[in-house]
Design a protein around this ligand. Structure first.
Ligand code: PLP
Length: 431
């Protein structure tokens, strides 16, 4: 930290991007060399960004370079970096108490947040909330609760799915072999079918392998995230709901990436008129403070005291950050996500008509992606080249799926920032 330069002008008053060194700059290079000696080699850093501070959609690195951030820390900083209202809530709570463990004691921020989540989660029925620290932990909790509540063992998930890296969540994944390779044996009783599949595909699974009377839950991302920001057909989620209703199966929506206003509605499943039995949350819920949640129908969350808990889950500082974030998202950022998403997809479609290696513009709100292809074949190498080129122009992007570029900026992103990102993309595609 002592190496971080102090900057004279506040971030908000600079033109972004603004690069003052080659990348990585000297301070970033030195830190990356140290990181290389001590951090786990399992991390996947695509380019050498070393953040010093951030505000809104601007990130400043340790060398004073300013970047336009269209990653939001992997769809997490929903209200932008260090929103003053979120920071104020964090400071206020930190001066009162940092931790008391909601598993064994009571405190108001956790209760207030549970009430708010129960109110905004799909469906008018009574709900209960279990708090966690991450997306994977939310999935673990939902998986355990599904088995406990139904007394059944089998679970259905989808190819392309990403639910996290703890053993239960990992067992549901169907996205990349590297997540599984060398880690077996995983949980038994998990069956995968193609995402956005037909009713017949699920029926075939039931007929050949998994009797529906033994299936506890179907876990689905309403918009598939790491798998490629894939928006399913309008009938897919309603079809899953119907199958679940017919067979006493729980429908679990993994809204870890798509939820909390990112798609222009609180939850992506609302775009499809579907009310899940459980909703799993994390990422954007607290603008960057570690927090996750499972919001379940009250009748489903029927496990007894001691059956599941987490020391840190529902941390009071994180809960206050979540309440402040929800307030901001409700007041203006959810509507902004809708409008800026449309602006972004219109601009990406223009680029796709200009460059024949770009195509497949898709998304809801600010969960938007475009594919990089060679002819009709995905071209991950060129996608990686473009993501790197964007970094060197001061635009932070991430990949998704086989050859997708994802755009998941903070929900406070401005029309000007969307235009700037599109201009940089046009430049690197033409260059
Ligand atoms: N579910 C989805 C849809 C995700 O995108 C992710 C993370 O990318 C997870 C679960 C796991 O979340 P975490 O990394 O917080 O464990």
């Amino acid at each position: 930290m002592k190496n971080t330069p102090t900057l004279a002008a506040p971030l908000a008053h600079r033109t972004v991007p603004h690069l003052v060194t080659s990348l990585p700059g000297p301070r970033a290079a030195a830190l990356i060399a140290r990181d290389d000696q001590v951090l786990s080699p399992s991390y996947t850093r695509d380019y050498p960004l070393v953040i010093a501070r951030g505000l809104g959609c601007t990130v400043e690195d340790v060398d004073g370079n300013l970047f336009l951030d269209f990653t939001a820390g992997i769809a997490v900083n929903s209200t932008g970096h260090s929103h003053p209202e979120v920071v104020a809530a964090i400071i206020d709570q930190a001066t009162k108490f940092l931790h008391m463990s909601g598993t064994d004691f009571y405190y108001e921020p956790e209760i207030e947040l549970a009430e708010k989540l129960a109110q905004i989660a799909p469906g008018k029925m009574a709900k209960r909330v279990f708090f966690t620290n991450s997306g994977a932990e939310s999935i673990e909790a939902a998986l355990k609760l599904a088995r406990y509540h139904t007394g059944r063992q089998q679970v259905v998930s989808f190819f392309g799915a990403f639910h996290g890296r703890t053993y239960g969540a990992l067992s549901l994944n169907g996205s990349k072999r590297v997540h599984h390779q060398g880690f077996g044996p995983l949980l038994s009783g998990i069956h995968r079918v193609a995402y956005n599949c037909s009713r017949a595909a699920i029926q075939e699974l039931f007929d050949r392998v998994a009797p529906p009377s033994e299936v506890a839950a179907i876990f689905v991302e309403p918009v598939q995230g790491e798998g490629g920001y894939l928006v399913p057909d309008a009938g897919f989620l309603p079809m899953l709901r119907e199958i679940c209703d017919t067979n006493g199966i729980l429908l679990v929506a993994d809204e870890v990436q798509a939820g909390m206003g990112r798609t222009g509605k609180w939850f992506a499943c609302e775009h499809f008129g579907v009310v899940p039995d459980m909703v799993c949350l994390a990422k954007g819920i607290a603008s960057g403070m570690p927090l996750g949640a499972v919001v379940a129908k009250a009748e489903v969350m029927d496990w007894p005291p001691g059956s599941h808990a987490s020391t840190f889950g529902g941390n009071p500082v994180s809960c206050r950050a979540a309440l402040a974030s929800i307030d901001l998202i409700e007041r203006e950022y959810m509507a902004n996500a809708r409008e800026r998403g449309e602006q972004l997809r219109a601009g990406l479609s223009r680029l796709a008509s200009q460059f024949d290696f770009l195509g497949g513009v898709r998304g809801l709100g600010l969960m938007t992606a475009i594919d990089v292809n060679r002819g009709s074949v995905p071209d991950p190498e060129r996608r990686n080249v473009l993501v790197h080129a964007a970094f060197h122009q001061g635009l932070l992007l991430l990949g998704c799926g086989r050859s997708g570029i994802r755009f998941c900026p903070a929900l406070c992103v401005t029309a000007e920032e969307i235009d700037t990102a599109l201009n940089i993309l046009a430049k690197i595609c033409g260059g």
